[in-house]
Design a protein around this ligand. Structure first.
Ligand code: CTP
Length: 409
């Protein structure tokens, strides 16, 4: 199901040249499965006829003429109640000022004033107007009043030069709204503590495959992502067991089971999963181990080459996924360098997971041994959720929020 499915989106169009892009925005929102209705100012109709938006949205457009013509003051109240989300695009400096003051002198501002729906402002104006202190004051006021802002961006303005003031492109507005709504959903999850009574097993760190009594094969994993996930799951109310190959400071409410190699990690995880609701495989598991671990320290033999015979390790995620009981949720990671979504979707199927947290390890702000990560959350039923680069602790909260959602769906 997409984010927009069955959502009532009211598009509020004001009078800037970017108003012509409201047609494309309407089309894209409908394509994303939203129900779209439009309210527009008289000035907006000088740039795009109401009829175009009525045809595209398949609903009559509320304008000052139809508002007064219907002789009914309740038009704007009815529309305000209908909306789950109001997108003001483009939003001019003039309407922005009216909203900051609380004016309701036309159908559009009266509708906004009557609505408790989430409001997203997408401004478009000349760069000098945008940087005017009065406009910035009004922007600050609207932010305080819980309006979210998308843009404006820098680009080629109608005035014929490059500057900040351009309306964000319709396709980007559609995705930016999903990201904003996702953040809001995530905040609510941590207030509600939806994982109370749930048992969660998280793996962390890089497994160590012994070569001899003093040496091992491992990788660059710091364990930060796994530890952050354990903390976030605990914050959401869960009972958490961390099966970790790397030791880090952690909240004492989290039970830590320190392990060494992959087979040891698998055994510990399988034991925990007998009673757990969720598995999150954040560990960087060695795909191979040394075929025969030497009982004694391997000595130099005078030759320049040394060959280690490696055999494949069990796949912990796949083993847990295949043994999944009804109601259990299994989460894996996918470290990729190309075709991120396709590879993540393939891993989702192959390992019987419900969610794959995919990251491109070559990208800035993502990957091993860093404090930040940039991931895409891939599930079977929803569109992939792109999470902007942020602290691993914040990414962990996003993942736990989605896990809570998956547990109830
Ligand atoms: N994983 C696992 N056991 C393994 C290897 C990987 O549990 N022996 C888990 C990791 O913890 C991670 C997911 O599988 O959650 C994906 O790991 P990744 O290294 O991206 O994928 P691989 O399965 O190793 O596939 P490939 O290296 O071919 O991309």
């Amino acid at each position: 199901m997409t984010f927009y499915q069955d959502k009532n989106v009211l598009l509020a169009v004001t009078g800037g040249v970017a108003a012509y892009k409201a047609a494309e925005l309407t089309r894209l929102l409908i394509k994303a499965k939203a129900n779209v209705k439009v309210v527009m100012t008289d000035a907006a109709q000088e740039f795009i006829p109401a009829k175009t938006l009525a045809v595209l949205s398949t609903h009559p457009v509320l304008t000052d003429a139809s508002w007064q013509g219907a002789g009914s003051e309740v038009d704007h109240v009815r529309l305000a109640k209908w909306a789950d989300l109001i997108v003001l695009a483009p939003l001019t400096a003039n309407t922005l000022a009216k909203l900051a003051l609380g004016l309701a002198d036309n159908a559009l501002t009266a509708t906004i004033m009557a609505s408790t729906a989430r409001k997203i402002a997408v401004p478009a104006m000349n760069d000098a107007m945008w940087s005017n202190p009065a406009v910035q004051r009004n922007v600050d006021q609207l932010k305080k009043d819980d309006f979210d802002f998308i843009g404006p961006t820098s680009g080629f303005l109608a005035e014929g030069y490059e500057a900040k003031g351009r309306m964000v492109e319709p396709a980007e507005i559609v995705t930016a709204i999903t990201d904003l709504a996702w953040d809001g959903f995530q905040d609510a999850i941590f207030e509600e503590k939806p994982l109370v009574g749930k048992k969660i097993v998280v793996t962390a760190g890089g497994t160590r495959e012994p070569i001899d009594p003093v040496r091992y094969l491992t990788n660059k994993s710091s364990g930060k992502m796994g530890y952050a996930l354990a903390e976030a799951a605990r914050a959401a109310g869960a009972t958490v067991t961390l099966v970790a190959a790397t030791s880090r400071p952690v909240n004492p409410a989290i039970r830590v089971n320190l392990v060494g190699d992959t087979r040891e990690m698998l055994a510990a995880v399988q034991k925990e999963m007998a009673v757990a609701d969720v598995y999150i495989g954040a560990a960087a598991v060695s795909d191979f181990r040394v075929a025969e671990v030497s009982e004694h320290k391997v000595k130099k033999r005078g030759d320049e080459h040394m060959i280690l015979d490696l055999v494949q390790n069990p796949d912990i995620l796949k083993t847990v996924g295949e043994a999944k009981k009804p109601g259990q949720v299994v989460v894996g990671f996918a470290a990729e360098t190309e075709n991120l979504i396709e590879n993540a979707q393939a891993k989702l199927v192959k390992k019987h997971a419900d969610l794959i947290v995919a990251n491109n390890v070559l990208e800035a702000g993502a990957g091993f041994n860093k404090d930040t990560n940039k991931v895409t959350l891939v599930t079977a039923d929803q569109d992939p959720i792109r999470v902007a680069a942020k602290l691993k602790t914040e990414v962990a909260e996003d993942i736990i929020a989605l896990v809570a959602d998956l547990l109830t769906s």
